[in-house]
Design a protein around this ligand. Structure first.
Ligand SMILES: [Zn+2]
Ligand SMILES: [Zn+2]
Length: 452
């Protein structure tokens, strides 16, 4: 373990029996452990017990999965999801949200604080953690608000919240408008530890925008959200982080100008990190011409030049990790005219398959790099990223890289279905997920013992 990083199993989750499984003759790939090749992967007592010559592992008393032709990867970690609990359990709850995570190959998630009510007090965090210990299929880390009630005025009790077990602080859903308030939060962050994660948007510039401001919004006659709404706030907050020697994480980058700002901050030695979503990496505002509200989210899908810059940022390491920003919404919030629809899309169940199909298979992104960036989100929240190494807690995903499937055709584990990839034929599917040492997901059509 890297010093100071906690194991993923330290997050709140329902304890299950530690699994005993041999993935026989699987194609192992783990950039952190520097492993790539065909091996038997043995999981016993919740740990990776051995990585052995193909066909040689002792399978006494454990389940054997014939995994020839399948990929065994470190399970993914999603540093940004919305579980809608408490308050909107009609859209998602901890159990359905974490089932969706497991189905997507994730061994852990970080849940944001924009619930009803907002997570801004230690008792609230304690209640949520208790609920997750009962309901969460994969470990969940909770983030608390930076400002009370997201009102942007008074800070929450950050040290007390840290002691209550939050993994970070965020007013995600919206920005911290006041530079003075954020500056004070960063001063406390230095003392409390834990990262401050920022949804960057200047409300004055975003105005009543509903999509990216550009040629498509002009053609559709819709109010746009300009790229500078995001990038100018990133510039401001990177400057504040540098001045206060604080650590900040920029959520869901969407614009080329934002990548440039993060790059500049990193070059200057400021402690910043950044994430990007699968939808911003694979779609542009062109799809909004359909007026389908499934393509409405904040930040919005932007232009092709932005998408390319995000991919380049991910490749170079300017962008540290991939996050889904899984944002479930009920049908009545989405099945309305585009301008009135709620912002947000689900993403946990399609993340890997979408990026594999649209970026890895066409040769835009290396599979190895994708795996690294889909696990690196753990580190942002002071957690040890999953890796395939003997003696480690078992966080493993088994993927069939060849199989094609239609997203959503078998329904969703999530309680909501506002996926912008529904109906897409994708190549590559999660067959099995091991999280915190236990098997937490098996794909229905995946017959154990008769795989491939
Ligand atoms: Zn956000
Ligand atoms: Zn979000």
């Amino acid at each position: 373990m890297i010093e100071g990083l906690a194991p993923i199993s330290s997050l709140s989750h329902r304890r299950a029996d530690p699994g005993g499984v041999v993935l026989r003759e699987a194609e192992l790939l783990c950039p952190r452990a520097g492993i790539r090749g065909r091996h038997d992967l043995v999981i016993r007592d919740g740990e990776i017990a051995a990585i052995a010559e193909p066909g040689s592992a002792d399978a006494d008393g454990v389940e054997v999965v014939e995994a020839a032709g399948l990929l065994a990867l470190p399970a993914f970690f999603d540093p940004h999801v919305h579980l809608r609990t408490p308050g909107r359990e009609d859209e998602e709850d901890i159990e359905t949200g974490t089932r969706a995570a497991a189905a997507g190959g994730f061994c852990g998630v970080v849940a944001k604080a924009n619930t009803e009510p907002i997570v801004d007090s230690a008792p609230h965090v304690a209640a949520l953690r208790e609920r997750a210990e009962r309901d969460a299929v994969v470990p969940v880390g909770f983030v608390a608000a930076i400002t009370r009630g997201f009102e942007g005025r008074e800070l929450t009790e950050m040290a007390e919240l840290r002691d209550a077990g939050v993994v970070g602080f965020s007013d995600d859903g919206g920005p911290v408008r006041s530079a003075r308030v954020l500056r004070r939060a960063l001063q406390y962050q230095r003392l409390a530890g834990r990262v401050v994660a920022l949804h960057e948007e200047d409300p004055e510039l975003s105005g009543s925008g509903v999509m990216h401001e550009g040629a498509v919004s002009a053609a559709l006659g819709m109010a746009g959200i300009p790229s500078v709404s995001e990038s100018t706030m990133i510039a401001r907050d990177a400057a504040l982080a540098a001045y206060e020697d604080a650590r900040v994480h920029f959520l869901h980058l969407s614009a080329r100008e934002s990548v440039e700002q993060v790059e500049r901050a990193k070059q200057a030695g400021t402690r910043v990190s950044a994430e990007v979503t699968p939808h911003h990496l694979t779609l542009t505002d062109e799809v909004v011409r359909s007026l389908d509200a499934r393509f409405k989210m904040n930040p919005p899908l932007r232009a092709e030049a932005d998408r390319r810059a995000l991919i380049e940022g991910l490749r170079s390491g300017t962008i540290d990790c991939i996050a889904t920003d899984h944002a479930p919404h009920s049908a009545d919030e989405k099945e309305v005219p585009f301008e009135q629809a709620a912002m947000g899309v689900t993403g946990l169940e399609t993340a890997f398959a979408v990026l594999h199909t649209d970026l890895v298979l066409p040769g835009v992104l290396d599979l190895e790099l994708l795996v690294e960036r889909m696990t690196a989100g753990a580190e942002i929240y002071d957690l040890d990223p999953p890796r395939l190494e003997p003696g480690r807690e078992a966080n493993v995903v088994l993927v069939d890289p060849e199989v094609e499937w239609e997203a959503g055709a078998d329904g969703w584990e999530s309680r909501s279905s506002n996926s912008c990839f529904a109906g897409r034929t994708l190549q590559g599917r999660v067959l099995m997920t091991v999280a915190a040492g236990s098997v937490v997901y098996r794909q229905r059509s995946f017959a154990i013992g008769a795989a491939a």
